[in-house]
Ligand binder design. Sequence first.
Ligand SMILES: [Zn+2]
Length: 377
Amino acid sequence: MNLVSRLLITGAIAVLSACSDPKAEPAAAAAPAKPAPPAHYAMEDFAHVRKLDAHVHVNVMSPAFLEQAREDGFELMSINVDYPDFPKLADQRAAALAQLKAEPARLHWATTFSMQGFGKPGWADKINAALAADAAQGAKAVKIWKNVGMLEKYRGKLIMLDDPAISPVADQVQKLGLTLIGHLGEPHNCWLPLEQMTTDNDREYFANHPQYHMYLHPELPGYEDQIKARDNFVAAHPQLRFVGAHLGSLEYDVDRIAAFLDRFPNANVDMAARMSQVQYQSVRDYEKVRHFFVEYQDRLLYGTDLTLNPDELATDANGAEFKRSAHDFWTRDWRYLATDESQRVEIIKADVRGLALPREVIDKVYYANARRAFALD
Ligand SMILES: [Zn+2]
C-alpha cells in the first residue's frame, strides 16, 4: 500500500470511530497535528504575559508610571531609598502610599530607613517602630542601600552591613514578614578606571558621581570587602528573605551569582540596571549565560531601576516622555530575555542575540519569583 492510500484509510477509520462513539477523543490521526506552541515567547506576547518589575522608583504622585505599567502588563515594586538624588524620604513615602492607594493590586511598596543616629541608644528601636507602622500601611519590603558600607560613618569609621548593631533591624524585617532588598557595594566596574569599565552606563554614572567611584578612593573598602560584609550579613540571618539588588553586585560574572545563590538558599537577586552586564557576557559566551538563567530560573527577578522623580515631570508634565522610555526599556529587555531576536546595545557597542528563554522560565523570572520573594500571595 502506498503512503497516500494508507493515510486515507487511517483517516477514514478515525472519522468513523469518532462518529460511532460520541465520547471518543477527537482523533489525532484525522486532523493534521496542531503545532506545539513555540518553546519561547515572541515580541507580540509582551503585553499580555503577566510581569512584575521588581525594582522601580515611583517617587511622584502622577499616575504616569502606573498607566504605562497597566498598558504593558506590569506590576511594580516601588522602592524608597535614602539617596540624596531622590526626594526626601518622607516625600518618597507619601508618593508610595498614594500610588499604593490608587492601585493596590499593581503597585507594591518597599520602604526604607535612615542611618542617621546610628550608634546612639534607641536607634534600632526607633527604626523598628517605623518599620512596623509601614508594614501596617502595606509595605512588603525594606531597602538597605550602599550608603551602608560606602558613606555612613560612626566614630569616623564606615559602617559595614555586618555591623552587629544593624542586626536588630534585620530581625524586625523578618519578624514583620517583610523582605530585605539589599543594594550593597557597587558593580565591579566601580573599582576600575573609567576607560576600563565594560559598559557605558557605569562609565557615565561614575563620571557623574565621583564620590561613589571607588577607583578614586583606594583608602576605602575594596570590592571584596563589600561583598564579604554583605555575605556575612546574609549568613547571619538565614531565615530572612533577602533580595540582592543589581544581581547582588556580582553582575560581572554569572558564575559568582550562581555561587551566591547556591550558598544562600533564602536569597534571590534582581537584575535592575545590570542587563547590559549580562549582555556583555552573553555576547562572549551565549550558551553559558542562557544555561545560567535556566539553572537559576527560580532565583532571578526581573527588574529595571526605572525611576520617575518630580523634577522630570517639570519638563514632561503628563509623563508622556517617561512612558515612551519605560515602554522602550521594557520591550528591549523582553526582546533579549524572551525572544531570539538580535538588537543593537549601544552601551556595550554590540549586537546582542536574545536568549529565547523557555516560556516557563520567563513566567518565573518575570512574575512568579517576585510574588514569592516578596510574599505577595
Ligand atoms: Zn534602584
